[in-house]
Design a protein around this ligand. Structure first.
Ligand code: GLN
Length: 491
């Protein structure tokens, strides 16, 4: 059920020591008994599930891989943890991440970088992707059956693509975030990693519920509106009898795509076509501005969220009297100065700058406008209208000009996993922008709150050293089922 040998420990996927098998065994045996009696609590009864360490657990510390939460243990479980435990899941441990979810390579962690299970052709360590790199590697190394991550701008999909696993980010608001440490409220989602789409589907089925404790959790009323709007029975017929219309966003065909990624994309489209589905080029013109908009909006929200780490209420408190007469001794400044890592500090500075009176019009407001354009781009290409958007947001004029499609299929990332050492070099030698560009294909769906899945697609299938690239399926808001079904067609 779980392999924790020297090789897997070297990967640094877990931040809490893996509990010894004995600690799980009783619960696993109980689940086995229930299964033998034909009465399992759920599909995941007795299975190990890892939890990203920005999701609160009562029995294990929750550090967000930050010094500032070094000594923090939550008095309660996040709703998602409660839901999984009620279904019989056994929590395998807390997984490593970029501090507070800020990063794309799982290197900004006070526990050190996560290592990918794969290496490149030269035998060098490569990035596991981030920020849910620990969750992805735990799945890839068979240290658990499935894992929870969080996806604000791609943090479940990018690690899935780099580790050859499946990563699913649902529509915004479907999974409860109560007990999930906030990074950027308007973008944060909880996502699922597994080896197969069916695993993600099962786990998602258990946590896809309204939670009154999360104010952004979609109400039962809105959920039923989505269901009737997207007509689930039609969904089945969309897959069995009617060919699907697959959209190919032309703006994603950038010159920087590496050959293996382009091959995986072409292969996936050919595979779908062989199954009778049709391929249609579509245009999402705001795509080229999405990344910059994201890196204005996410830090802005983060700078506000992180203000609560002041050395008084949570976690680590730095020494020094909080006294005006000794400016160098400010408790607040000392705590934050020593408690946050450099990437988090950079985000706080970026965020407070773009929200400041002088800059807000040029940065934050513009980025919000771009976000609206990105949403309109998607609404213009999908057959299904956005079930919750007002009619005037559907932009019918543009819809008429586009080939209506059921889903979009594109790469998850422009390249294979880059060398890990490219991101662990001293700051002076590498620019943070080198890391940000890897999110170029994942942030648009995040800005629009859409469901998206990354599925590993093998190119040149030599079983010795298969070249695997992540291919992403993006659907209309609430079309989570269809997105997973198309993901399954690519497996
Ligand atoms: N890499 C992106 C960032 O650093 C996305 C992170 C995430 O989805 N949590 O903000």
């Amino acid at each position: 059920r779980c392999v924790a040998n020297q090789h897997s420990l070297r990967l640094n996927a877990f931040v809490t020591p893996l509990p010894r098998a004995g600690q799980w065994l009783d619960r696993v045996k109980e689940a086995d008994r229930r299964r033998e009696q034909g009465n399992p609590r759920s599909f995941i009864d007795g299975r190990l599930i890892s939890i990203k360490d920005n999701i609160c657990t009562r029995d294990l510390p929750t550090t967000c891989a930050s010094e500032i939460l070094d000594k923090f243990s939550s008095p309660f479980n996040a709703t998602v943890v409660e839901q999984l435990e009620a279904a019989g899941a056994v929590i395998a441990g807390k997984t490593n991440l970029d501090e507070f979810g800020m990063g794309s390579h799982s290197v900004h962690s006070r526990f050190g970088p996560v290592k990918n299970v794969r290496q490149n052709g030269d035998g060098q360590d490569v990035s596991a992707g981030g920020s849910s790199g620990g969750s992805a590697v735990a799945v890839a190394a068979d240290q658990c059956y499935a894992a929870l991550g969080t996806d604000t701008g791609g943090s479940v999909r990018l690690p899935a693509a780099y580790t050859g696993t499946v990563g699913f980010k649902p529509s915004y608001g479907l999974i409860s975030r109560w007990g999930v440490v906030t990074y950027a409220n308007s973008l944060d989602t909880v996502g699922v990693l597994g080896r197969k789409v069916s695993t993600a589907r099962h786990v998602f089925g258990l946590v896809n519920q309204h939670d009154a404790r999360d104010p952004t959790s979609l109400s039962p009323f809105s959920r039923s509106r989505i269901m009737s709007h997207l007509q689930t029975p039609r969904l089945a017929s969309r897959l069995s009898s009617t060919p699907l219309r697959i959209g190919v966003p032309v703006e994603y065909n950038i010159s920087e795509l590496t050959p293996s990624v382009r091959r995986a994309w072409l292969l996936s489209l050919a595979h779908l076509q062989d199954q009778g589905h049709t391929i249609h080029p579509v245009s999402l013109p705001a795509t080229k501005h999405a990344l910059s908009a994201y890196y204005v909006l996410a830090p802005a929200e983060a700078s506000s969220n992180l203000s609560k780490y002041d050395g008084v209420r949570y976690g680590t408190r730095a020494d020094g009297p909080d006294s005006d007469s000794q400016p160098e001794g400010y408790l607040y400044a000392n705590t934050r100065g020593s408690g946050f890592g450099s990437e988090v500090k950079r985000r706080i500075l970026l965020g407070t700058f773009s929200l400041s009176a002088d800059a807000i019009d040029n940065y934050f407001i513009q980025a919000q406008r771009v976000r609206r354009l990105v949403q309109q781009d998607f609404n213009a290409v999908f057959i299904a209208k956005h079930p919750l958007a007002a009619a005037d947001a559907q932009d019918t004029g543009r819809r008429a000009q586009q080939a209506d499609v059921d889903v979009l299929v594109c790469p998850t990332a422009p390249s294979a996993p880059p060398r890990l050492s490219d991101f662990t070099r001293p700051a002076a030698e590498s620019s943070p922008l080198d890391a940000y560009v890897n999110d170029v294909f994942t942030v648009p769906a995040s800005l629009a709150g859409l469901p998206a899945i990354s599925v590993p697609v093998t190119v040149d299938g030599s079983s010795q050293d298969p070249d695997v690239a992540g291919i992403q399926v993006v659907g209309q808001y609430g079309d989570d089922d269809l997105v997973m079904s198309v993901g399954e067609l690519l497996e």
